[in-house]
Design a protein around this ligand. Structure first.
Ligand SMILES: Nc1ncnc2c1ncn2[C@@H]1O[C@H](COP(=O)(O)OP(=O)(O)OP(=O)(O)O)[C@@H](O)[C@H]1O
Ligand SMILES: [Mg+2]
Length: 360
């Protein structure tokens, strides 16, 4: 086993959970699926199996959303996960592919420079020149491989991909076929194939997807966590996991410290204090849960290596300010105002106020 790998793929890291789920899964599995839809949802949401095996929750949020996402993949529609940054779109997509196909690596990263070859196929030019067009000279894209193997392919950041390249997906998704005219052949998708795309509604809008393409997707919107408690739970769960993976020798963060950080994020994001009493200005960035996670884990690393191993305000202040102040002029004003009007006045937040003032 390659234990030195920095980050394992979901299907490796959670192999024991997936195997246990498969063992007790008596429900019908869609063709090509490793697990039934019900078991996939248990894998995502967590639970306890008959033999006591604990399935850790991967997604913390509404179960219904995961049910809809999973069921979509068993239909002839592809799945589009949509949401603001840091709402676990990529994370859910990886776990879905791992649970359904046992392979989350058939991944295309969408960028403004994504070319058709990345979605369809390219050529190994050395072979193409020496042998002419042949199957051996063909370089399959991850999506083509997924079609051949009957697995789930993933396409990250679909809306960043240029629209003519996006349109390559239309026939692929409706006909489940990819013609290779150079070889006078076509690849027909094997049962079990489907596609999960993610898109960020902070980038270019999904409205810019052509309506023909939009119709081939079912969209599931992943929301920002609805309550402070839930967001704290997400941060604590992820931080604990990351801390173990990186072997950071710090004690788990105190619930209170994490609550404060998440409160700061939520208040600035909403432009309102949690008690609903005072309006606030919001900074230009998104302040996602993902950033709250990194503020806490960065703080823990500082505490472990340069502090007393316990997370204090001084360990999080700098990265907290860094997360809020993305635009050095406007956001700084927003941040300082928040510090003076909210943080300074709040019971038990004096240490946080002082630590933040020192670095701001
Ligand atoms: N509801 C949630 N449940 C579990 N983990 C979550 C949740 N929301 C966010 N996270 C965590 O936040 C981190 C970032 O998530 P991810 O990278 O998937 O976001 P994203 O939606 O793809 O963002 P981006 O638009 O920036 O690509 C992950 O570590 C994930 O575990
Ligand atoms: Mg992502």
């Amino acid at each position: 086993m390659t234990t030195a790998v920095l980050r394992q793929h979901a299907e490796t890291e959670y192999a024991h959970e997936l195997a246990a789920l498969a063992r007790f899964d008596e429900r019908p599995r869609p063709p090509g699926w490793r697990l039934s839809p019900q078991a996939v949802v248990t894998y995502l949401m967590g639970g306890t199996l008959e033999d006591g095996t604990e399935i850790t929750p991967k997604y913390i949020g509404e179960r219904r959303l995961m049910e809809v996402a999973v069921v979509t993949l068993a239909t002839d529609r592809a799945l589009l996960l949509l949401g603001v940054p840091g709402t676990a779109k990529s994370w859910v997509s990886e776990h879905l592919a791992a649970a359904i196909s046992g392979d989350s690596t058939l991944l295309v990263q969408g960028t403004a420079g994504t070319a058709e070859e990345a979605i369809r196929y390219g050529w190994n030019y050395a072979r193409l020149l020496s042998e002419g067009p042949s199957r051996a000279a063909l370089v399959e894209s991850p999506i083509l491989r997924a079609m051949n193997e009957g697995r789930i392919a993933r396409l990250e950041e679909l809306t960043r991909v240029p629209s003519d390249v996006q349109d390559t997906l239309i026939t692929l998704l409706s006909e489940k076929t990819l013609p290779i005219p150079e070889l006078n052949e076509e690849v027909q998708a094997v049962r079990g194939f489907n596609l999960i795309a993610t898109a960020n509604n902070r980038d270019r809008g999904v409205n810019e997807l052509s309506s023909a393409l939009k119709r081939r997707f079912n969209t599931v919107v992943l929301p920002v966590p609805d309550s402070l408690e839930r967001e704290v739970e997400i941060v604590l769960t992820r931080v604990e996991k990351l801390g173990r993976a990186l072997e950071i020798p710090a004690r788990p963060p105190a619930l209170e410290e994490v609550r404060r950080i998440v409160t700061v994020f939520r208040e600035l994001r909403a432009g309102l204090t949690e008690d609903g009493r005072s309006k606030l200005k919001s900074p230009s960035g998104t302040l996602s849960t993902a950033e709250a996670i990194s503020v806490v884990s960065h703080g823990l690393a500082l505490a472990a290596h340069f502090g007393d191993g316990e997370l204090h305000a001084a360990d999080v202040a700098a990265s907290l300010a860094g997360a809020v102040v993305k635009d050095p002029v406007q956001d700084r004003v927003v941040w300082l105002e928040y510090l003076e009007t909210v943080v300074k006045e709040r019971d038990g937040w004096r240490d946080l106020y002082r630590a933040c003032r020192e670095v701001s």
